[in-house]
Every structure is written in structure tokens, then in C-alpha cells.
Design a protein around this ligand. Structure first.
Ligand code: URA
Length: 240
């Protein structure tokens, strides 16, 4: 791989800003193959050099992948004058990495949102051609029935003309308020809400719980993020 500046390589971990790397180098706390770096601008091959910060070898990430447990009240955008965005939930060193949300969750929708700066794979995860299921936990006003499940499975056409691909509806509980998992291969604007509204069972709460083979990490509190592991990113690359 091409040589890159140490500050860029180390900042890619999301743990230190470039300015912090400069200070660490000055303090002799950055070693390249066991030798203290002289300048944050020194270059190294991130795939072959052993780069250690404070005695700990760092793993270079070409792209950054972050799982966020989105709370209600945040927009899935990088900038928006209308209110806080999901980027506001990340620390400054991550915000500097040009991350963008992989698809959108509505402002009031919670749960699994991926953010990355790897455009190609992000695009694949969203394209219906790649068959990546997105699974939502929905609570609705009104009793869900087997007829609703059949309507979802047959591919609904909404009153506004939107033709939906066949989708999954698994009822978890049915009553005055019902609960279900909804599985979609696509992600049209407000799609889950529109499909359930058309069945006369408007959504009162929505949370995304899975994308393809990646579930929302139950240990991740609402509003918190973590990096995806190399294995999780590898799994996203596999056909789902
Ligand atoms: N469908 C919706 O209606 N809203 C979301 O946020 C995601 C899917």
C-alpha cells in the first residue's frame, strides 16, 4: 500500500486527532517498527509497518465503519439546519472523517444506523438488487392480522402509487396495540410507516434492529456508537 503520513494513519483509528498525534510524537510515544517517530508527517506503509501508540499497536482502518444506536430526535444527515444530526453523537475526531449515514432513519425512528466513509459498500447495502434485509421492530395502533402478513408478502401498492417489493411481517403480539418485525429489502421514504398506515395500523414506535447479517448490538446503549469489527465489515461484504 502507498506510504501515508503517520498522523493520517493514527487518526484513522478515531482515537486521536491529528493534533493529538503531533503531541504524542513530540513526547516520543509513537513508535514505528520500534523506533520513535520524529515527526507526525513521517510516512509509513500502514499495512506493513508496526505502529504503536503508548505501547499499543494500532490497527489501520482504510475505511471507518461505525454502528450507532440512534435515539429519537436526530436527523440521519451530515448537516441539517433543522436540528441535530446523527453526526452530533460522534466525537470530533470521527466527525472529521467524512462519515455519512448508510441510508436514513426518520427523526423519530431509533436503533441500528451504520455510518461509514466507504461509499461502494454503503451503496450495495442499500440497493434492492443486493437483497440486504432491513429488519424493524414496529408497534402499531390497531390489531395486526394474518391478512396484513399476506398483503406484505404479496407486494403492496400504496395509494400514492408506490409499488413495494414483497416484505415480511411477523406478528409478535396483536391487540389494541400490536408489535411486529417488518423486513424490507428496500428503503423508500417512510416505507414501514406508509405500508402499515395503508393497512389501517399506524406506527406508534419504530426501531431498526438488523441490517443483513448485522444485528443491533444489545450492549450498545441508545445514543452510543462503536466501531464495527473487521469481521463484521467482512460479513457485510458477503452476499446476504
Ligand atoms: N421506514 C420508516 O417508515 N421509517 C424509517 O425510519 C425507516 C423505515
Amino acid at each position: 500500500m502507498a506510504l501515508q503520513r503517520l498522523d493520517k494513519i493514527i487518526a484513522s483509528t478515531g482515537r486521536w486527532s491529528r493534533r493529538e498525534v503531533k503531541n504524542l510524537v513530540r513526547q516520543g510515544r509513537v513508535l514505528v517498527d520500534g523506533v520513535p517517530a520524529r515527526s507526525a508527517e513521517d510516512k509509513a506503509d500502514p499495512e506493513t509497518a508496526d505502529i504503536a501508540v503508548n505501547g499499543e499497536s494500532i490497527t489501520y482502518r482504510r475505511y471507518t465503519w461505525v454502528m450507532l444506536n440512534k435515539p429519537a430526535g436526530y436527523l440521519s444527515a451530515t448537516e441539517d439546519g433543522r436540528g441535530p444530526t446523527v453526526l452530533d453523537l460522534l466525537p470530533p475526531e470521527l466527525r472529521r472523517q467524512n462519515l455519512f449515514p448508510v441510508g436514513r432513519l426518520d427523526k423519530d425512528t431509533e436503533g441500528l444506523l451504520l455510518l461509514t466513509n466507504e461509499g461502494g459498500l454503503a451503496h450495495e447495502l442499500l440497493s434492492p438488487r443486493h437483497h440486504v434485509d432491513k429488519v424493524y421492530y414496529a408497534r402499531t395502533a390497531g390489531r395486526l392480522t394474518e391478512e396484513d402478513c399476506r398483503a406484505f408478502a404479496s407486494g403492496m401498492t400504496l395509494d400514492d402509487g408506490l409499488a413495494c417489493l414483497p416484505a415480511g411481517l411477523e406478528i409478535l403480539s396483536a391487540g389494541e396495540e400490536s408489535e411486529a418485525y417488518v423486513t424490507l429489502r428496500e428503503g423508500k421514504f417512510h416505507q414501514v410507516k406508509r405500508m402499515l398506515a395503508q393497512r389501517g395500523k399506524p406506527v406508534v414506535y419504530l426501531e431498526r434492529v438488523r441490517m443483513g447479517n448485522l444485528p443491533l448490538d444489545p450492549a450498545l446503549a441508545r445514543g452510543k456508537y462503536r466501531f464495527l469489527t473487521a469481521e463484521e465489515v467482512q460479513n457485510l461484504r458477503k452476499p446476504q
